[in-house]
Ligand binder design. Structure first.
Ligand code: CTP
Length: 401
């Protein structure tokens, strides 16, 4: 009953995934929520109001007025009533309408009136999802403060395979539970997360860097913000920044800038997770002008950068919880344990470059977590969002002991 007495408006739009919304209603009701369903006209082609009304135990709302009873479905009242508005599935068409603030049906009018958190779970075919119009619409809706759930990748109703599947109802339900009932242990906690690569200038036009996309760090920032923490994200270049009220972003380029930003934020942090792939070496003497090609060979003198994580480990207070990452290609477990000890960490998250589907720039990751007592927990290959959730669960369980 984790959603006991929570008032949830579930919007359903015209997408084949609408059949899954019946299951979502059932799960939300099972968790104790009071669910009212609002359907668009085209949603009726995929699922019936009778099914949704029976499962939600509330009349299903589809229009501004009911011509038979003569009653008016007041969109303003509905918007104010809700603790959360979920639109699942949301079609490409309704996404576009929300961006423009159009309100030619009950659902879009409720959206404009709602003051509660809004969760959108897109479902459409892969090319519709990949279209720049949709990508831009989703970015705009995130910038308005809406939370986007998914979509997942897999086989689609068209027979094609790719991103566009609505996230499974059980996963949507747990996302809502986490968002509406923040983890008490994380509420108001300050979490520092580093993400992405750094760039070390060789001269004004060239640099040394690595393939990190920052996706893991961003997924962690979103996960902790969703669970009620106040997140500071220090992100290197090229990272797709999340948009969330409780994520403060510092953009940095070099290892030195990352060190400065992290050191400042760490002093006030309760938890620090260093997921960035910081350059271990930087040019000793970067040239002020572009280096000309003259000789057949060119050597570059490098000096070590400060290990940010190690520095934090040295200054960490008993009340602070420090998490590092280890990317290894051989002797993984032993190397990770050595890093955990050397850097005085509470947890280390090991990624092996040997695991297919894991590592730099991929959507998925396969991790092993090792705690201070050297207890090892191995996880399956999962999406970075799921991995972030596993890491958050592990940190919470350590903090709860
Ligand atoms: N890290 C850091 N500052 C650095 C280098 C690394 O904060 N200058 C952090 C990373 O964010 C990560 C952890 O240290 O959490 C592990 O980084 P990794 O490069 O795998 O390990 P190193 O300690 O640099 O050891 P090695 O390169 O020998 O594997």
């Amino acid at each position: 009953m984790r959603l006991f007495k929570k008032r949830i408006l579930l919007g359903i739009t015209g997408s084949i995934a609408a059949y899954k919304s019946a299951e979502l209603v059932r799960l939300l009701v099972k968790e104790g929520a009071d669910v009212k369903v609002v359907m668009t006209k085209s949603a009726h082609d995929f699922v019936t109001p009778l099914t949704l009304g029976t499962l939600s135990k509330n009349p299903v709302l589809t229009a501004f007025s009911d011509p038979i009873s003569g009653s008016w479905n007041n969109h303003v009242e509905l918007g104010l009533w809700a603790d959360a508005l979920i639109i699942a599935p949301i079609s490409a068409n309704t996404l576009a309408k929300l961006v423009g603030g159009r309100c030619d049906d009950l659902l879009t009018a409720v959206y404009l009136s709602a003051r509660c958190p809004v969760f959108l779970a897109p479902a459409m075919d892969l090319d519709m999802f990949a279209h720049p119009s949709t990508t831009q619409n989703i970015s705009t809706l995130i910038s308005f403060g809406n939370r986007i759930i998914g979509p997942d990748s897999g086989e689609l109703a068209s027979g094609l395979s790719g991103a566009g599947r609505m996230v499974e109802p059980a996963e949507i339900c747990s996302y809502i539970i986490k968002s509406l009932a923040p983890e008490p242990i994380l509420a108001g906690k300050k979490v520092l997360i580093s993400a992405g690569p750094t760039r070390e200038a060789i001269d004004p036009v060239r640099y040394i860097s690595n393939h990190s996309s920052g996706k893991m760090g961003v997924a962690l920032a979103e996960e902790f913000a969703m669970r009620g923490a106040l997140v500071t994200l220090v992100a290197g270049p090229g990272v797709m920044m999340p948009k969330h009220r409780d994520i403060k972003i510092f953009k940095v380029v070099s290892a030195q800038q990352m060190l400065d930003a992290c050191s400042e934020a760490f002093v006030n942090s309760d938890i620090a997770i260093m997921a960035a792939a910081v350059a271990d070496y930087t040019p000793l003497d970067p040239a002020n002008q572009k280096i000309k090609k003259s000789s057949e060979q060119h050597s570059l003198a490098l000096k070590k950068t400060t290990d940010i994580l190690e520095k934090m480990g040295k200054s960490k207070l008993k009340t602070q919880f420090l998490v590092g990452f280890a990317l290894e290609t051989e002797n993984e477990l032993n190397n990770a344990i050595a890093k955990l000890e050397r850097k005085n960490l509470d947890l280390i998250v090991l990624n092996s470059m040997r695991d297919a589907g894991a590592g730099f720039n991929s959507e998925s990751n396969k991790i092993t977590i090792i705690d201070k007592n050297k207890a090892v927990t191995e996880f399956e290959l999962k999406t970075k969002k799921e991995v972030a959730s596993d890491i958050a669960d592990k940190i919470i369980s350590c903090l709860s002991k």
